[in-house]
Design a protein around this ligand. Structure first.
Ligand code: PMP
Ligand code: GLU
Length: 384
């Protein structure tokens, strides 16, 4: 072997995505003939709404196969800005960058703001890719643990106040939360606002699960007084419209921020896929019924799981959104998840991946039949 590849320190700081690694393992086992109930990856199990598929096909037929302007087609940026205005954000189409997935929007944001040694604050349990993206950008991480507070932010505001300081560059807020399903209250977000303003901190508000909320109301952070010029609102089409494989997302921030981030966007992805952007306009404008149907199905599944866990004496903190639930398992959650897949043929993600050891994350984007099977299998293998 040659020594030609002298890998960067940067790439050595991160591991592959744990969520995707487990779902790859589940897929491998299924390819070998195993019957795995895969509750690992966060991916809606519904078809993309048919009118959106048709809009994508029409766009292909109409020849929309070339590059678009780097930040996105005007129709989509305008539709996104209109949607953000509905959320109370004073948004203009020029302040939006359309990306291939919300992940790219987050990646570009970290790269745009973070220098080596800058402090990024995460709320634990935190989705795996925040840590990886922050480290790739050179950040030092500080973390506030929401687990002792039922995964809610409001009771953890004092702890957050002890962590955020004038040295903090960026805080990441994700509500509804992956991996807990928690929806943060308006009072919690006002607490974030007060700290961000006091210490002049930028905030990523990752709202990708916004359309999947049950009884709690989603509030967009950038709609709060004082947040417009310090928030990067990230969102995408994967979860709300069951469009994971289309790879479409976006972020909104000030003109100035978009000017800086747009440089990275143009030098990396060039633009999001042309015909996919056109399908995105249809998704934003004509899918309310499909979104509501999917949301209601997720709610039924959450309720079913809560009942099943309750029957078996498993006490869960019930989230009000997304399609995730953290269940308390052995202290060694990695070993528990390994046993779950090897012995019970149920795939879950270890809480450690989200800096929450002692838990496993369940994605309940699966049919009620499969969810029942999963719980039965875990129980019969003494894992619950
Ligand atoms: N943010 C969170 C919290 C997520 O769970 C995901 C899921 N992949 C994303 C962003 C990015 O999703 P996508 O790139 O598919 O838009
Ligand atoms: N966000 C989803 C999850 O947490 C998809 C996988 C990923 O992007 O990491 O499972």
């Amino acid at each position: 072997m040659s020594d030609a590849y002298d890998f960067s320190d940067r790439i050595g700081r991160v591991e592959p995505s744990a969520t995707l690694a487990i779902s790859n393992l589940a897929a491998e086992k299924e390819a070998e003939g195993a019957d795995i109930v895969d509750l690992s990856v966060g991916e809606p199990d519904f078809d993309t709404p048919s009118n959106v598929v048709e809009a994508g096909k029409d766009a292909l037929d109409a020849g929309h196969t070339g590059y678009t302007s780097s930040n996105g087609i005007p129709e989509l940026k305008e539709a996104i800005a209109a949607k953000l205005r509905d959320d109370g954000i004073d948004a203009d189409a020029d302040e939006v960058i359309v990306t291939p997935g919300g992940k790219q929007a987050l990646y570009e944001t970290f790269q745009t703001l973070i220098d080596d040694g800058d402090e990024v604050v995460l709320l634990d349990p935190a989705w795996v890719s925040y840590e990886a993206m922050a480290k790739l950008a050179g950040a030092d991480l500080s973390r506030v643990d929401l687990a002792p507070h039922g995964f809610q932010l409001e009771p953890a505001l004092d702890a957050l106040a002890e962590t955020v300081s004038d040295d903090t560059e960026l805080l990441v807020v994700n509500s509804p939360s992956n991996p807990t399903g928690a929806v943060f209250s308006e009072a919690a977000l006002e607490g974030v606002r007060d700290l961000a303003v006091e210490h002049d901190v930028a905030v990523i508000s990752d709202e990708i699960y916004q359309r999947i909320t049950y009884d709690a109301e989603h509030v967009s952070l950038a709609s709060l007084d004082g947040m417009a010029d310090r928030t990067i609102t990230v969102n995408g089409f994967s979860k709300a419209y069951s469009m994971t494989g289309w790879r479409l997302g976006y972020f909104h921030a000030t003109d100035e921020f978009v000017g800086q981030a747009g440089k990275l966007h143009s030098h990396s992805v060039s633009c999001a896929v042309n015909f996919v952007q056109r399908a995105g306009v249809e998704a934003l404008e004509n899918t309310d019924e499909s979104v509501t149907e999917m949301r209601d199905a997720f709610r039924d599944r959450r309720d079913l799981l809560v009942d099943l866990f309750d029957e078996h004496g498993v006490d869960v903190d019930i989230g009000d959104g997304a399609f995730y639930m953290m269940i308390p398992v052995d202290e060694d959650d990695q070993a528990w998840c390994e046993a779950a897949i090897e012995e019970a043929s149920v795939a879950c993600v270890p809480g450690s991946a989200f800096n929450a050891p002692g838990y496993a994350r369940i994605s309940y984007a699966a049919s009620e039949k499969r969810l029942r099977e999963a719980v039965d299998r875990l129980v019969s293998n003494d894992l619950l």
